[in-house]
Design a protein around this ligand. Structure first.
Ligand code: AMP
Ligand code: MG
Length: 326
């Protein structure tokens, strides 16, 4: 099942990896663009990827909804940006102009919900990592009747298994009951990927956001202490956290809210969640409930994210409850 959707997702994500690598290389080559807080390179990459994938979806799956992070606002606000996005997008959309590119981006306004089929896209997840010249991801998922059934996660800078820092990139994909798979972003063998089998929590590696604003690092350090973990967390941007869990380089991903009222966005987790589940892991909110992708553009009821190799999940939930005193 979903063979054509999986093939489609792998292809468009692979194309997006090539495109974002080009843009990121230019940013890094300009040396200081990212240290000055200039968001224009990531805006360019985000908008172009959303336009390209939005356009492909309109061609191949015109009946399916499309729920994506960006809108064409920045394209229209800045004529310079508009021209750059059109020029880049033209590689994927021959003959594209400002109107067709804006329309492809704005197809992504689906509200989500429990019925029908819609694709969920984060065109560049981990924008801070992208701007630092580090890790980011292109995350595409298909949600059917409120459940994620296909996910593809492009990690353009992920290194070879077991290594850290930047590498040549990998694409992960999964479908419900079809397992989790990994392939080099530039093409190569497709291999099955699974979480690790660590059952002694003190031997686990925890991964978490680089950005302290996105997760409560100090609370997470307290949870790690309760689990007997002495090594420093593996900090990595974007849904690459799900990817490193799915290939056994970390056993626990903690994302505890800094702000109690924050509700996670569906595009930040849909693709990663199915990859981790199909790799044999488990993902839930802080209360242990499965993530509910039927509630709209956000995970409206649950707080925070805990993903593990499955074996350690209940221990992590308990440590979390103890740390939070709840
Ligand atoms: P990460 O790279 O894992 O730190 O996550 C990047 C994602 O964090 C972005 O795509 C944002 O949607 C999301 N984000 C932004 N603000 C917050 C916040 N206050 N708490 C949790 N996630 C956030
Ligand atoms: Mg994101």
């Amino acid at each position: 099942m979903y063979d054509t959707e999986i093939q489609f997702a792998r292809e468009v994500v692979a194309e997006a990896c090539t495109l974002t690598r080009t843009v990121q290389d230019e940013v890094v080559a300009k040396a200081d663009a990212h240290t000055k807080g200039d968001r224009s390179p990531v805006t360019l990459a985000d908008l172009t990827v959303q336009a390209a994938i939005g356009h492909r979806l309109a061609e191949h799956y015109p009946e399916d909804g499309f729920l994506a992070e960006e809108t064409s606002g920045p394209l229209r606000d800045s004529p310079g940006m508009g021209a750059k996005v059109v020029a880049l997008a033209a590689r994927a959309l021959p003959g594209a102009d400002l109107e067709t590119v804006a329309a492809a981006i704005d197809r992504g306004d689906h509200p989500g919900g429990p019925s029908g089929r819609h694709w969920v896209l984060d065109p560049v997840d981990g924008t801070k990592g992208f701007l630092r010249g580090q890790q980011y991801a292109i995350a595409l998922a298909l949600v059917e009747n409120g459940e994620v059934v296909v996910g593809a996660l492009g990690c353009p800078n992920l290194p070879a298994p077991g290594e850290r820092g930047n590498g040549a990139g990998f694409i992960f994909h999964a479908s419900r009951r079809g397992g989790a798979w990994m392939e080099p972003a530039a093409g190569g063998d497709l291999v099955s990927t699974t979480v690790d089998a660590i059952d002694n929590s003190s031997r686990a590696i925890v991964c978490e956001s680089v950005e302290a604003a996105h997760a409560a690092h100090s609370v997470q350090a307290g949870i790690a202490r309760r689990l007997g973990i002495a090594v420093d967390p593996y900090r990595i941007d974007s849904q690459c956290k799900y990817a490193v869990l799915a290939r056994g380089e970390a056993s626990i991903y903690l994302r505890l809210p800094r702000d109690e009222s924050y509700r996670e966005k569906v595009w930040d987790h849909a693709a990663g969640a199915i990859v981790i589940e199909e790799a044999g892991g488990r993902v839930s909110d802080l209360d242990g409930n499965p993530l509910d992708f039927s509630e709209g553009r956000r995970l409206a009821t649950g707080r925070g994210i805990i993903a593990t190799n499955g074996i350690l999940h209940d221990q992590v939930l308990l440590a979390c409850r103890e740390e939070l005193g709840s």
